[in-house]
Design a binder for this molecule. Structure first.
Ligand code: CO
Length: 463
């Protein structure tokens, strides 16, 4: 029986986020939108992740306007990546901010909400999932299994998590393997288990990165096991720390029962354009653009981009010779922190803590606030409970600082009205709801953007 595999194209989001520091402009996408739309992708990932921040901070673009422009030219569903209660920022937001953000994103054209939480704590997903399910535009709501490896993370754990997400009403499940840790035969087993235990109408999608070199093999085994959709990037933005290559996967499946039915020739001019764009981005922003495959990521589990940051921190402190110590320290700190998957923001938090331990030569002598927060439950429940003595004696967290009710914490966060009031007080008198949301996520960056683009003392756009 033919089982066509579908493809989500990531060139407009994860491709350039992974290889070119999220610097692709809308103007560099526009010439190929019509062609991309004709291919027949299941969806085009084009918004969310780091793009929102990058638009405001580096590219002088209004992310909402970018979404409108994309929507005006695309019939293929536009997919966004959303960090649950963190939205696209780094804090927990109040439920009303989360709900309004999701509603606005849907209204402006997001057709697929891919929602994840760094700790796989479903309490952090519920508000965003409920909001997306209630949108009148009826977007697809996809729940993520943030993939990692640890003594508690095995395929049964992820199957169990997927059932909870389906119970919450999601339309599809994504295995999100952000550091390329999912091995081919493990993927085969996981997909088989998911397909056997989830209802037939729940598609399973796989998202991986090539970081450790498994990418295409992992996809092939997952396809043979029945995966419905794979995430791929067109050749110039594929491989290395990005996704497997679209053209390669399409060619691999041609003439088989899994044939995608997509026209590989039609992709050639698109890839040609994006090869040019990649070179422009490398030149303009002084980027490296290429990364070595690193199978050791399996042991230290640090996402690619972060590894070079940590190496630089050590170098600046004149402690380059401690690099191996740092790689050895990472898994220990991760264990102490209750085995969080390493993805934004937990990757940075665990990495910084490990760096401090190595630099001071004494474990937990200096503890950053964020690490304490992670350990005491400010980001949700860690996969393994953090040892009580470690928490209270080593990290010196008081009993009353230990958080068990994360929703009570969310309720203390700024409301939409609080952010609106803050903008008023700063002299922006008529912010749109979108402006308030941009400000809620990235206060300083959004303020700078407004100052540049709006007439003084109002949020009306400059002519
Ligand atoms: Co990714």
């Amino acid at each position: 029986m033919a089982k066509k595999v579908k493809i989500t194209e990531t060139v407009l989001r994860d491709g350039h986020q992974s290889l070119c520091a999220t610097r692709m402009r809308y103007s560099q996408m526009e010439p190929m939108l019509e062609e991309l739309d004709k291919i027949g992708y299941k969806s085009l990932e084009a918004w969310g992740g780091a793009t929102f921040d990058s638009c405001l901070r580096f590219l002088d673009e209004d992310p909402w306007e970018r979404l409108d422009n994309l929507k005006a030219r695309l019939k293929t569903p536009i997919q966004m990546l959303l960090r649950g209660q963190n939205l696209l920022g780094y804090n927990h937001y109040s439920d009303d901010v989360v709900t309004r953000f999701v509603q606005k994103a849907s209204k402006h054209g997001v057709g697929v909400f891919r929602i994840f939480d760094a700790l796989n704590d479903i309490r952090n997903l519920k508000t965003a999932i409920d909001a997306a399910l209630a949108c009148p535009e009826k977007p697809e709501v996809q729940g993520c299994l943030v993939y990692t490896v640890s003594p508690v993370h095995n395929n049964d754990y992820f199957v169990d998590l997927s059932k909870k997400l389906v119970d919450m009403g999601v339309h599809s499940i994504c295995i999100k393997d952000m550091s390329g840790l999912l091995k081919p035969y493990v993927a085969e087993d996981l997909v088989k288990k998911l397909k056997a235990s989830l209802p037939d109408n729940i598609p399973v999608q796989l998202h991986t990165h090539y970081t450790s070199g498994f990418g295409s093999m992992t996809y092939l085994k997952a396809i043979e096991a029945g995966v419905d959709v794979i995430d791929c990037a067109l050749a110039p933005f594929a491989l290395d720390t990005s996704q497997p290559c679209t053209e390669t996967m399409v060619a691999t499946l041609e003439g088989t029962e899994y044939d995608t039915g997509l026209d590989r020739q039609a992709m050639t001019p698109i890839s040609k354009h994006f090869l040019k764009v990649k070179q422009e981005l490398i030149n303009e922003f002084g980027l490296k653009g290429y990364f070595d495959v690193n199978p050791n990521v399996l042991d230290f589990q640090i996402p690619g981009g972060m590894l070079s940051n940590l190496a630089n921190q050590l170098k600046e402190a004149g402690m380059e010779n401690k690099y191996q110590d740092l790689l050895d320290e990472m898994p220990r700190v991760r264990k102490d922190a209750g085995y969080p998957p390493l993805v934004t923001p937990s990757s940075q938090i665990v990495g910084t803590m490990a760096t401090f331990n190595v630099m001071t030569g004494e474990r937990y002598k200096m503890v950053p606030k964020e690490f304490k927060d992670l350990a005491r439950g400010m980001f949700g429940k860690t996969p393994v409970e953090v040892d009580h003595d470690f928490l209270t004696k080593t990290l010196k967290v008081a009993e009353n600082e230990i958080i068990t009710d994360i929703k009570a914490e969310d309720a203390k966060a700024h409301s939409f009205a609080d952010f609106e009031k803050e903008l008023h007080e700063k002299g922006f008198l008529n912010p749109t709801e979108e402006d308030v949301l941009s400000y809620a996520l990235f206060p300083q960056v959004a303020e700078e953007f407004f100052k540049k683009h709006y007439a003084p003392m109002t949020a009306y756009k400059k002519a």
